[in-house]
Design a protein around this ligand. Sequence first.
Ligand code: TRP
Length: 388
Amino acid sequence: MTSITSNSAISSTTRSATPPAPGDADERATYAVALERSAVLDALIDEHAVGVDGTGTEGAARFRMLTGDRPTGPLHIGHYLASLRNRVRLQDKGVETFVVIADYQVITDRDSVGEIGANVQGLVLDYLAAGLDPTRTTIFTHSAVPALNQLMLPFLSLVTDAELRRNPTVKDELALSDGRPLSGLLLTYPVHQAADILFCHSRIVPVGRDQLPHLEQTRAIARRFNQRYAAGHSVFAEPEALLSEVPLLLGTDGTKMSKSKGNVINLRDSADETAARVRAARTDSERRITFDPKGRPAVANLLTIAGLFLDEAPEAVAEQVGDGGAQALKSVVTDAVNESLAGHRARRADLARDPAYVTSVLHEGNARANEVAERTLATVRAVMGMSY
Ligand code: TRP
């Protein structure tokens, strides 16, 4: 086994440099284990990857993966750097890929579905523009796959309400939902997410650190299903997290990225909008640019963004800017983002002119997801003695 990932220069440094997020000792321990395991998974995927010329053992296909997004708004550069690029990379190594557009998850913590149609369309555009290939990757929406949703019923019998109330991600999302009461859907969505992951027997789930509790819940559901309903036979394998190698990125004001704060750069933004957003970014008045995440978080964040797009360490970007001050830094960041995304944005604009094609991608993805889900549900019914 050789390198851990293809862009190991960046990933091996940034992965271990991820600052400890708030979390108790248990969370940090789980995270540390998941990090180690992710490195092993990456290496195994590399070992079995198909070559660029399509040759290889094709063993990577056994690492079926599922991940997804909530269609609540446009994808931004954080999504691109931390997850979208990585999905394409895994797809291209031959990993069989499923991407769920989690439309039912939109209403876990809000009263309306919002611009759901446009948001779903926007996600598909970004997926395709980024290089997800609908002939190899199944892109589908929750709401179109009844058999997936039905798995939630037996799965709900395998969890307790205490366990769901303890889930840190559920607690965080509730805290962020402006004093809203805890809905049944928010409480149980980790179980729904388990159905997303298990309906297609996904083995690996690329996620951020915040989603690790859901993965633990999913693993428990798989284990308990096998024990309780399948006499110990492995109907569902326990999936594993593949943690993002990218450190948490902040918005252009140095605080958490948020649509309402206007501090994000969206993938669909024009080069001029990007330049304006970076020009307005918070920095400081020190002329010498240094990478100092603790002392100069906003500057460090801009250096990190430029570094990720340029495939360079943030320290090296700082070195290049040298005494150029905030203005030179901002021009490096703007060019890095705009040049890296020029192709993506052009492809996205082209695809947007053909909404019928985008719809057909979803229809085909939904059809494929339905086939897989119906097969899994048939197995579940059979092992539970419910084939009538
Ligand atoms: N909960 C994820 C998010 O908010 C989206 C998601 C839905 C997901 N189903 C999933 C992620 C299954 C991984 C696996 O980003």
